[in-house]
Design a protein around this ligand. Structure first.
Ligand SMILES: [Zn+2]
Ligand SMILES: [Zn+2]
Length: 406
C-alpha cells in the first residue's frame, strides 16, 4: 500500500489522503481551508471511492471538484451526508459575495451530492480484496474513522475526541497495523472539561445578573449543539441564530447518533430559534445568544456585536481562532473588522476551550490502545512533539504531495 497527502499532512486543514493498493485507489477526506482567500489541496487522481470522516469544511470543502474529474462515490454516515450540502452551498454563496473563486461551481455541488452513499457505524463497504468499515470518533455527531481491512489493517481517523461530551461518547481504539491519526493538539493539553463548563456558566451568570446579554460565538457543526447541552440546567432565555440553527435541526433527525437524544430534542424545543428580523430584535433582549460564525468572520454574530458593544454584555469565543480571522484579531488586539471598519470591542470578551479534539496525552493513549506497528501523524503542525513520545511503533511524518510506502 502506498499513500499520499494532497493536503493536511504537515498542517491543520485542507485534508485529503489518497491510499493506493494493487487494485484500488481510495481518497480519505477532501477539504479546503475557508480562509480569505480560501486555500485548496492538490488535485486528486481518479479514485474508486471517497471516504469522508466528518462534516467540517477542512475535510469536505473540495469534494465538488471531484465532479470535474469524472465524479466518485462518496461514503459517510447519514448525519455527515446531511450536513455537507449546507456547508458546500454556503461556500459557493460566500465565494460569490466576496468575489473570490472556487475551483468548482454550484452544479458540481449538485452533482457530487447525487453520489453520496450512506455508511452507518459498523457497516462495511466491500471491494474485492478490501473492505472498509465505519466507526465513531467522538468529534462530531456522525464523525467516523475508517478501518481498511485487506492484507494489512489500516485505520484513518479524521479528527478525534477522547473524552465523553454531552452528546457523544469519546473515541475507542481499534486494533490495527497502520494508524493514520490526526495530531492537531500535539504538544498541547486542554484544561479539564468540567472546569471549562463551570467557568463558562459562571461567566454567563455574571453577564445576565448585570442585565447584559451573553453572545456566544460558536461553530455551526458540533460546537453549537454541545453548548446548547451545557446550558441544559439553566433557565436563561436562549436564542440561536445563523447556520448553527439549521445544523442543530438537521442533526436532530439522527437519534442513533446522539448520546442523550431525548435531552437534545428537549433542548431544541426549548431554545428560541431566530427565524425573522423581528426575532433578531427580540434576541437582543434575551439572556444568551448562540450564533455563528465561530471566528467572527461573518454571520449574525457581527450583527449582535454591533448592537451589544458595551461592557455589560459578553462576547464568548468557544473554539480555536485561526490566524487572520476576526476572532484571532479580537484576542490579540481587542478590535475586529466590522464591514471594513476596525472597531474596538467593548464587551466582556472571553475565550473558552471547548475543543472537539483530543489533547496530546489523549492522542498518545489512543495510539497505544490501537497497537499499531506504524503510525502516520497527519493534520498537525507540531507532529514531532508526538513522534518523540511514540517509542513502540514506527512513526511516519509525511509532507503534502510526497508518496510514501505503508
Ligand atoms: Zn473537524
Ligand atoms: Zn480537521
Amino acid at each position: 500500500m502506498k499513500a499520499r497527502f494532497l493536503g493536511g499532512g504537515n498542517e491543520v486543514g485542507r485534508l485529503g489522503m489518497v491510499l493506493s493498493t494493487d487494485r484500488y485507489k481510495f481518497l480519505f477526506d477532501y477539504g479546503m481551508n475557508p480562509t480569505k482567500p480560501p486555500t485548496f489541496p492538490l488535485f486528486a487522481p481518479k479514485v474508486d471511492g471517497v471516504f469522508v470522516t466528518h462534516s467540517h469544511l477542512d475535510h469536505v470543502g473540495m469534494l465538488p471538484w471531484l465532479n470535474k474529474n469524472g465524479g466518485a462515490n462518496v461514503y459517510a454516515t447519514p448525519p455527515t451526508l446531511s450536513v455537507i450540502p449546507i456547508l458546500l452551498y454556503d461556500s459557493v454563496k460566500i465565494a460569490k459575495m466576496e468575489g473570490g473563486s472556487l475551483p468548482f461551481e454550484e452544479f458540481d455541488v449538485d452533482s457530487i451530492i447525487e453520489s453520496f452513499t450512506p455508511l452507518n457505524y459498523g457497516e462495511t463497504m466491500e471491494f474485492k480484496d478490501q473492505d472498509i468499515t465505519s466507526h465513531s470518533t467522538g468529534h462530531l455527531i456522525g464523525s467516523a474513522m475508517y478501518l481498511v481491512n485487506g492484507e494489512n489493517k489500516l485505520v484513518f481517523t479524521g479528527d478525534i475526541q477522547s473524552i465523553d461530551t454531552h452528546l457523544l461518547f469519546g473515541i475507542k481504539p481499534i486494533d490495527t497495523d497502520v494508524l493514520v491519526v490526526e495530531s492537531t493538539y500535539a504538544g498541547k493539553e486542554h484544561p479539564p472539561r468540567p472546569n471549562v463548563e463551570e467557568n463558562f456558566l459562571s461567566s454567563i451568570q455574571k453577564v445576565v445578573e448585570g442585565e447584559g446579554v451573553a453572545v456566544v460565538a460558536a461553530f455551526a457543526v458540533g460546537r453549537a449543539q454541545e453548548l446548547l447541552m451545557v446550558l441544559e440546567n439553566t433557565d436563561y432565555e436562549i436564542w440561536m441564530d445563523g447556520m448553527a440553527r439549521t445544523v442543530c435541526n438537521v442533526l436532530s433527525s439522527f437519534p442513533k447518533y446522539v448520546k442523550n437524544y431525548q435531552r437534545y430534542k428537549k433542548m431544541l424545543r426549548r431554545v428560541r430559534m431566530v427565524r425573522s428580523k423581528s426575532d433578531r430584535e427580540k434576541a437582543l433582549r434575551g439572556d444568551v445568544i448562540i450564533t455563528t460564525g465561530g471566528m467572527l468572520d461573518g454571520g449574525p454574530v457581527l450583527h449582535y456585536i454591533s448592537n451589544l458593544n458595551t461592557p455589560r454584555n459578553g462576547l464568548f469565543l468557544t473554539g480555536y481562532q485561526v490566524e487572520d480571522t476576526n476572532g484571532r484579531m479580537l484576542l490579540e488586539t481587542g478590535s475586529i473588522d466590522l464591514a471594513g471598519v476596525a472597531t474596538k470591542v467593548n464587551m466582556d470578551v472571553k475565550f473558552f476551550d471547548f475543543s472537539a479534539h483530543s489533547g496530546h496525552k489523549e492522542i498518545l493513549e489512543f495510539i497505544e490502545g490501537s497497537r499499531p506497528d506504524k503510525v502516520v501523524l497527519m493534520h498537525g503542525e507540531k507532529r514531532e512533539e508526538l513522534a518523540k513520545d511514540l517509542t513502540s511503533s514506527k512513526v511516519i511524518l509525511p509532507k503534502n504531495g510526497e508518496e510514501f510506502e505503508i
